[in-house]
Structure formats: C-alpha cells, structure tokens
Design a protein around this ligand. Sequence first.
Ligand code: PTJ
Length: 252
Amino acid sequence: MAKIPANHPRAKSLKIREKLVKGFERGYVALEGLIAQGRGECFDYLLEEKTTNPAKKAIRAAAAALLLAKHPVISVNGNTAALVAREIVELAKIIPAKIEVNLFYRTKARERKIAIELRKAGAKEILGVGKERATIPELMSERRRVDPRGILIADTVLVPLEDGDRCQALRKLNKTVIAFDLNPLSRTSQAASITIVDNIVRAAPNLIETVKQLKEKPRAELEKILKKFNNKKNLAEVLKHINKRLTELSKK
Ligand code: PTJ
C-alpha cells in the first residue's frame, strides 16, 4: 500500500480509508463496507468534517440512554471494528455494556476475525460469535441472528453504521436504538431513537467522554436529558446546519 505523505491535505481522511482497506485485506471488513465509507465521506464533507451542535446534543442523549439502560448492548460490524475497536471496548467497560458482533454480510470467518480485533483492543467477553442464535422474526437479513444474552434481551442497542431494516425491527421490539450515521436522510437515521450524525471516528471518543461526565449524575438528571431529546427535531437541525453552510458557500 502506498505511503500517505504526512503533509497531504487529506492525510487524515486517507488514513481512515487505509484502516478499512487493511480490514478488508485481513478479511473482516466487507467489500461493501468500503462503499459505505465513501457514502459517509460524502456527507462528512457537507458537515465540514466537524462535530456539529446537534450531534453534540445527540451524543449527550445517547450517553444518558446508555447509562439508564438495564441491558445496554453495543453491536459491532466490520467497519466499526476497523475504525474504533479500542473506543468500543472502552465504552463498553465504562457504561458497562455488552459487546455483540452482528453482521449484515455474515460469515463465520468474519465473525471470528472481528472477535480477534476486539480482543486485541482489550475485550474480554464478545457475544454473537459462533454460538447458537436466537432470531429477530421481524428481519430477513443475516442481522436477524442475535445472541440470546445480548441484543435479544437488550433494552438499548448502539448500532454503528447500520442498515435501516434492523433499526426498524429493533424499534418494533420496543428497544431504544442509538445509531451513528453520517447520512441524516438514511432510513436508519430516520428510524433510530437517537441518531448521532457524525463520523464514528469523532463521535465514539466524544461519547466516551460524555459517558464519563454523566456517569455519577443522578438518574433523574439523566432522564431529564433523555426526555428533552427529540430525534426528528435533531435531524432537522442537522439539515438546517447543512443548508446554511451550502447557502453561505453558494454566495461566494
Ligand atoms: O460488516 P457488515 O457485514 O455488517 O456490513 C456493514 C455495512 C456498513 C457494509 C452495511 O451495514 C451497509 O451496507 O451499510 P449501508 O447501508 O451502506 O449504511 C452505512 C451507513 O453508514 C451510511 O448511511 C453511511 O453514510 C454511514 N457511514 C459510513 N461511514 C461512516 C458512517 N457513519 C458514521 N461514520 C462513518 N465513518
């Protein structure tokens, strides 16, 4: 793989791509995961590759929801393992939450390799790997196979880089769904209880810090934060932010 010059104006973004390409070469990122990243990058340009105020609000609500949950689970796919394995493990530790591998393009080999990446990042227990599964009847894709100790009984599920179907299925099962998705228009973004419209590489460390800040707060305060949050309104704020930026740019 060609070396990226440190002074390249897009070095940061190219390094993120490199992580995904390496993950693909090692066999745990799906080929389609590379396309998904490209889709995300396009929206990240519109956000100026910065965490917006609405994203910060969504991160705060997500932290409150995860701390209030009885059975919080973090779902991990190929892209998430390639980009933020360490952050996922740290987040799971401080909440505390379970980690479950759940793949759209599921193969036993990818499951196993993602578990290896998560172990390298410090995870001790990883659900959803090579075991007998329960299924979510509302769903036809491979994502329907869930761990009976994890997503099946979870009340709150964090689903980074999701496909819309599972998000809707989990909502139908009355679970609180938190999504990271750079596309505010995606079905996932629209269906989730809390959508963090931000790049997972920025949002995951931010979520860790926010969980740390809120961890000792009384439940009543966390409930207040959650009650105040409205996903539709927040997505509208993201669209207004993009709209304002494009309007300003188009005047120049
Ligand atoms: O590992 P698997 O088998 O579970 O497959 C994972 C992918 C991502 C391939 C699969 O879930 C898929 O096809 O996803 P989609 O439908 O392409 O949706 C991915 C969403 O994530 C898109 O809306 C992208 O905008 C968004 N996205 C991509 N990269 C990032 C992102 N959001 C936040 N941070 C990113 N880095």
